[in-house]
Design a protein around this ligand. Structure first.
Ligand SMILES: Cc1cc2nc3c(=O)[nH]c(=O)nc-3n(C[C@H](O)[C@H](O)[C@H](O)COP(=O)(O)O)c2cc1C
Length: 173
């Protein structure tokens, strides 16, 4: 799939996945796209845990509480090293966002669907509970969970405002 087609087809998938497993080779290919992302001062502050064990997937989906999530055949947990990387600056949020978008686009290009689960992790101690489950050390922050699977239903990207309402040449508006 062409890059621009993947950009247009990528969407937040909030429905059940088919039972088709995602081969480990494919999961590694998708995560490699995240590894290739830029990072502030090339700190490569983002790390990944590829989860494909059924018991773990079930526990994570129970902690997050989205009903459709239990059907996900795989998930990628995105971790951050939150230390300062340039003077007193931290770039870990930008770093993980770049990695996540690469992962979402690659998954889309390969025919999979996903969802950027981030806000939901920040409630009810969920990130901490999942971190304990996945043995994430105290000096790493669980930033995002990305389910990966073949979508059982057809969904579309949310409507975006027109380019002329959000982008201008040379000066604002
Ligand atoms: C920083 C960030 C946090 C997000 N957190 C969640 C989340 O916790 N749960 C969820 O269902 N979607 C989450 N999303 C997905 C957005 O809701 C979604 O991208 C937005 O509604 C636009 O839809 P689209 O992805 O189909 O274009 C998050 C997206 C971003 C970028």
């Amino acid at each position: 799939m062409d890059l621009f087609e993947a950009i247009n087809k990528r969407h937040s998938y909030r429905a059940e996945f088919t039972s088709e497993i995602v081969p480990e080779k494919t999961l590694k290919k998708i995560v490699q796209a995240g590894i290739q992302a830029p990072s502030g001062k090339n700190s490569q502050s983002t790390e990944f845990i590829i989860v494909n064990k059924k018991e773990l997937l079930t526990e994570i989906s129970e902690i997050i509480g989205y009903s459709y999530l239990h059907t996900a055949p795989a998930m990628i947990a995105v971790l951050s090293d939150t230390r300062e990387t340039y003077f007193d600056m931290t770039f870990y949020k930008e770093d993980y966002a770049a990695a996540v978008e690469n992962i979402l686009l690659s998954a889309t290009a390969l025919g999979y669907a996903s969802l950027w689960i981030d806000g939901a992790l920040r409630r009810e101690n969920r990130a901490q509970r999942i971190s304990e489950l996945l043995h994430i050390p105290a000096d790493r922050k669980l930033s995002v969970i990305l389910p990966i699977g073949i979508p059982a239903e057809k969904r579309k990207q949310c409507e975006k405002k027109a380019l002329e309402d959000r982008a201008w040449f040379n000066f604002y508006k």
